[in-house]
Design a protein around this ligand. Structure first.
Ligand code: HEC
Ligand code: HEC
Ligand code: HEC
Ligand code: HEC
Ligand code: HEC
Length: 104
C-alpha cells in the first residue's frame, strides 16, 4: 500500500496524520486498538514543520524503511541539527525564522 493511503495529509498538509480505525476494520473486522498507540516523531510546538513543504524529499529520508521495522522507531531524530544538516546538503533555507517564528 502507498504511505499516503493511510497518512492522507503527507503530501498536502502540515501533518501526515493517522488513519481512522474504521479504515482497518474494512479488512480486520474485530480491530479496536487506539491509533496511534504512541507517538514516535514529535516536535515541540515552537518549531514549524510541514510535510507538504517536503514533498520532494522521500519519506524514507526521514523515517527510514518503515516496512522493514517491526515497530516504527526513530530513524532521523527530529532535532535541529538533523534539520539544518539536510537543509545545508540540499540547499534549502537555513534562516532561523523558517522553522521558528521570531517576533513576527
Ligand atoms: C485491504 C485490506 C486491509 C486493510 C485496509 C488493512 N489491513 Fe492489515 N492486513 C491485511 C492483510 C491481508 C494482512 C496479512 C495477513 C497475514 O499475512 O496473515 C494484514 C496484516 C496486518 C497485521 C499483521 C498481523 C500479524 O499477525 O502479523 C497488522 C498488525 C495489521 N494488518 C494492522 C492493520 C491496521 C492497523 C490497519 C488500519 C490502519 C490495517 N491493518 C488495514 C489487510 C488489510
Ligand atoms: C495500512 C495503513 C498504513 C500504511 C499503508 C502506512 N502506515 Fe504508517 N502508520 C499506520 C498506523 C496505524 C500507525 C500508528 C501505529 C501505532 O501507533 O501503533 C503508523 C505510524 C507511522 C509512523 C509513526 C508516526 C509517529 O510519529 O508516531 C510513521 C513515521 C509512519 N507510520 C510512516 C509511514 C510510511 C513512511 C509509510 C509508507 C512507507 C506508512 N507509514 C504506511 C498506518 C499505516
Ligand atoms: C523532512 C523529513 C520528513 C519527511 C520527508 C517526511 N516526514 Fe513524516 N514527520 C517528520 C517529522 C519531523 C514529524 C513530526 C512532526 C511534528 O511533530 O509536528 C513527522 C511526523 C509524521 C507522522 C506522525 C503524524 C503527523 O502527521 O505528525 C507520520 C504518520 C508521518 N510523519 C508520515 C510521513 C510520510 C508517509 C511521509 C512521506 C509521504 C513523511 N512522513 C515524510 C519528518 C518527515
Ligand atoms: C532529508 C532532508 C531534510 C530534513 C531532514 C529536513 N528538511 Fe526541511 N526541507 C528540505 C528541503 C529539500 C526543503 C526545500 C523543499 C523545496 O523547496 O521543495 C525543505 C524545506 C523546509 C521548509 C520550507 C522552507 C521555505 O523556504 O519555506 C521548512 C519550514 C522546513 N524544511 C523545516 C524543517 C524542519 C523543522 C526539519 C526538522 C524537523 C526539517 N525541515 C528537516 C529537506 C529536509
Ligand atoms: C531547519 C529548521 C531549523 C532552523 C533553520 C533553525 N532551527 Fe532552531 N530548532 C529546530 C528544531 C527542530 C528544534 C527542536 C528540537 C531541538 O531542540 O533540537 C529547535 C530548537 C531550537 C531552540 C531550543 C533549543 C533547546 O535546547 O531547547 C533554540 C533556542 C533554537 N532552535 C534557535 C535557533 C536559531 C537561533 C536559529 C538560527 C540560527 C535556528 N534555531 C534555526 C529547527 C530549526
Amino acid at each position: 500500500m502507498a504511505c499516503t493511503e493511510c497518512h492522507t495529509g503527507a503530501e498536502r498538509k502540515e501533518a501526515a496524520g493517522f488513519p481512522a480505525v474504521a479504515k482497518c476494520q474494512v479488512c480486520h473486522k474485530e480491530y479496536g486498538a487506539a491509533i496511534p498507540s504512541r507517538r514516535v516523531y514529535k516536535l515541540p510546538d515552537f518549531v514549524f514543520f510541514s510535510h507538504a513543504r517536503h514533498v520532494k524529499v522521500e519519506c524514507r529520508s526521514c523515517h527510514g524503511d518503515v516496512w522493514e521495522q517491526e515497530q516504527v522507531t526513530v530513524f532521523r531524530a527530529p532535532k535541529m541539527k538533523e534539520c539544518v544538516d539536510c537543509h545545508k546538503e540540499r540547499h534549502a533555507a537555513e534562516r532561523c525564522n523558517v522553522c521558528h517564528e521570531l517576533g513576527q
